[in-house]
Design a protein around this ligand. Structure first.
Ligand code: NDP
Length: 318
């Protein structure tokens, strides 16, 4: 890389620290209220320079938390490969200013050891993630989902041992139901590797963590909560008001089906649009504000396929 292309982070990146960061539960960790997710837009199929520009914009504006998982891409693993390339090209000097998470729990490699919640899978997966990201450790390692067929103690003890090995600093849990979550909180506290954060889907269209008492439980227990898919993968934005753009997730990806663009949704979006006009906010900003106003929410984990989207999302904190 020649000197012209070298990345120097913006000097003023922490100027808005007072409004940008929130304490993650009862811990020493501050997280930006808007964090950046690598599920889509950072894979091997995506243009590297665009992914790179998005991360630069994020970090230049104080977004210190990047969220990954072993199988983000596509193809699986490639978002972590992008992260590794970004570390080499741009972020190595800033490693201690970044809070990088990864996860294991869903299908990753073939055979009986590349999925679910066994010690074998979690340990091997994190080693692979570290190699792909060119990191010695991650800040946060998640169990990506609850596995009812593996003894919960096996999963949790593997997580404890991961922290003790120095490969992760903190532990997180994602998508677990409330009852095993309660057990995990006690187990991890007892082991002196307390649960830092819960990652759950929460947005105006999907409120299960509230309905099922998970958000309240986390708040009571001093555990942070980070909301994923806060824009319902783009449904809660202006993206689909006029149709299905060819470059949108709905057009490209099986995770967001065209049948979710219902007349009812469009009515709801028009209401949000009108409300946003009164408040001087975009639809996306209305949706993010709703989540950030919920007691116990530490951060929203947004995706973005352009710098402009991220800019729009981050402006919610103005
Ligand atoms: P969002 O709900 O934020 O959706 C992101 C998509 O919305 C973008 O790709 C873009 O769609 C559209 N978008 C974003 N901002 C705007 C805007 N301002 N205006 C118009 N459109 C916009 O989040 P994701 O579903 O991407 O999830 C975010 C992160 O959460 C993931 O990257 C991952 O880190 C985490 N996650 C965790 C899961 C878990 O099981 N723990 C599961 C899912 C996500 P388009 O691409 O069409 O432009």
């Amino acid at each position: 890389m020649d000197i012209q292309q070298r990345y120097f982070a913006a000097e003023g990146r922490y100027d808005r620290a007072q409004t940008l960061y929130a304490r993650c539960g009862r811990s020493g960790v501050l997280l930006p209220r808007v964090s950046l997710g690598f599920w889509h837009n950072f894979g091997g199929v995506d243009p590297y320079e665009r992914s790179r520009a998005i991360t630069h914009y994020a970090f230049d504006h104080g977004i210190t938390h990047f969220d990954l998982a072993n199988n983000y891409g596509p193809p699986y693993g490639s978002a972590e490969v992008t992260m590794g390339r970004l570390m080499d090209d741009d972020f190595r000097p800033y490693r201690d200013e970044l809070f990088i998470s990864t996860k294991a729990g869903y299908d990753m490699w073939p055979g009986p050891y590349g999925d679910h919640g066994s010690r074998k899978y979690l340990m091997a997966s994190l080693d692979q993630s570290l190699r792909r990201m060119h990191l010695d450790y991650v800040d946060l390692f998640y169990s990506h989902r609850f596995d009812p067929d593996t003894p919960v103690e096996e999963t949790l003890q593997a997580m404890v041992d991961i922290v003790r090995s120095g490969k992760a600093l903190y532990l997180g849990i994602s998508n677990w139901p409330l009852e095993p979550l309660r057990y995990a909180v006690d187990y991890l506290r007892e082991a002196k590797t307390p649960l830092l954060i819960y990652q759950g889907r929460l947005n105006m269209l999907y409120q299960k963590p509230i309905e099922e008492g998970i958000l309240e439980f986390c708040r009571e227990q001093g555990i942070g909560f980070i909301a994923y898919s806060p824009l319902a993968q783009g449904l809660l934005t202006d993206r689909y008001l006029e149709g299905i753009p060819a470059d949108s997730r709905m057009a490209k990806d099986h995770f967001l089906h065209p049948y979710s663009r219902t007349p009812k949704l469009l009515d709801y979006l028009h209401e949000l649009e009108a409300k946003g006009r009164t408040n001087g906010r975009s639809i996306a900003q209305e949706a993010l504000t709703w989540i950030l106003d919920q007691a116990g929410v530490t951060s929203v984990l947004v995706g973005a396929s352009s710098v402009a989207q991220l800019e729009n999302n981050l402006a919610v904190l103005n």
